[in-house]
Design a protein around this ligand. Structure first.
Ligand code: ADP
Ligand code: TRP
Length: 329
């Protein structure tokens, strides 16, 4: 069976963008592939060097993953920092990762702009740690959002380069995986292109109906369509994109018709959208509460996940050490 790996940094709670862009796909994949998922707590140090309570954050994301429907029996979940073998592969990959190419990565350049006082080496080598996460498992497929495409290209580059340098067909090139032809991008309700933690425009999976409804009703709109069948401006398209994620096709078609005939009432559309988001989120929220209150269960799941990941990781490290010429154990 093909292997799948993916991870999420525990820098905040899961929101609708994370759910539809990532975790929902993880849940679908667990029945079809040999999956493992992890919480990338080391990666979060690149931007959050002194985390308030990193173990608690990892626990929270773990509870949220489970609440979304990941079944640890089918797809083990582990915390990255529990699997130290990854660091050794990270080191080897770093030896063959070059400053120029790392500096050219868009997300690195973005972070340099965002945190000019903390341009650390971890930030620069973010793609090698990510490649280590993936290659460690010899993964075939990696479900990620569009923003991760460049990191994925780097992972393939490092795999190819390792094979070339050590003259062996060892690592396979992991492929990006999307269920839809194009990666889904969940927009923000503030008219900005993307729902994201740093944009402060998220609907979180732990939020209650009232909070969600308030956020949706405040979503930015415009004066309404000026002509029949006109193109939708971005703020309106955003509402439709969200609706496509949470509502039935009939509901989307209904409001689309209303738009096309200039009869749309944004208040009605928002009410429907809020109700459909709440219907998606409510059962997840309830499960988050349940898991969050069961520390022993979370601990057990994380331990089991780490054990499974370590088995694979140890095997890869053994082989890699042999290939490079170190003592295998
Ligand atoms: P954030 O942008 O809120 O900080 P992350 O960067 O931690 O979220 O993203 C974790 C995962 O969720 C990634 O796979 C990313 O592609 C996906 N993701 C985040 N925001 C969105 C969004 N608005 N639409 C689709 N996918 C998203
Ligand atoms: N960089 C990913 C993100 O920000 C998180 C991540 C770290 C990851 N290691 C990974 C994703 C390995 C997939 C595979 O979303």
């Amino acid at each position: 069976m093909e292997r799948v790996i993916s991870g999420i940094r525990p820098t905040g709670n899961l929101h609708l963008g994370n759910y539809f862009g990532a975790v929902k796909n993880f849940v679908r994949m667990q029945d079809e592939y040999d999956c493992m998922f992890f919480i990338a707590d080391w990666h979060s140090l690149t931007t959050h060097p002194t985390p308030e309570n990193i173990r608690q954050s990892a626990r929270t994301i773990l509870a949220e993953y489970l609440a979304c429907g990941i079944d640890p029996e089918k797809a083990p979940i582990y915390i990255q920092s529990d699997v130290k073998e990854v660091l050794e592969l990270y080191l080897y990959l770093n030896m063959n990762a070059y400053l120029g190419e790392l500096e050219r990565v868009t997300s690195f350049k973005e972070k340099v702009r965002q945190q000019p006082d903390n341009v650390n080496a971890g930030l620069l080598t973010y793609p090698t740690l990510m490649a280590a996460d993936i290659l460690m498992h010899k993964a075939d497929k990696v479900p990620v959002g569009k923003d991760q495409e460049q990191n994925m290209e780097m992972a393939r580059l490092f795999a190819r380069r390792f094979n070339r340098i050590y003259n062996i067909e060892y690592f396979k090139e992991p492929q990006n995986f999307y269920y839809t032809k194009q990666a889904v991008k969940i927009p923000g309700l503030d008219g900005s292109g993307k729902m994201g933690k740093s944009n402060g425009n998220c609907i979180y999976l732990f939020e209650d109906d009232q909070t969600i409804t308030k956020k949706v009703m405040r979503a930015v709109t415009d004066a309404g369509p000026q002509a029949m069948n006109s193109e939708k401006p971005e703020v309106i398209q955003n509402l439709f994109t969200l609706m496509e994620a949470v509502s039935t096709p009939d509901t989307v078609a209904y409001f689309n018709d209303k738009w096309n005939t200039c009869e749309i009432r944004y208040g009605d559309m928002k009410k429907q959208l809020a109700a459909d988001i709440c219907a998606t989120v409510a059962p997840i929220r309830e499960k988050i509460e349940m898991y969050k209150n069961d520390d022993a269960l979370l601990q057990r799941i994380a331990n089991q996940g780490a054990e499974r990941a370590r088995e694979r990781a140890a095997q890869t490290i053994k082989e890699v050490r042999e290939i490079i010429g170190f003592r295998a154990n």
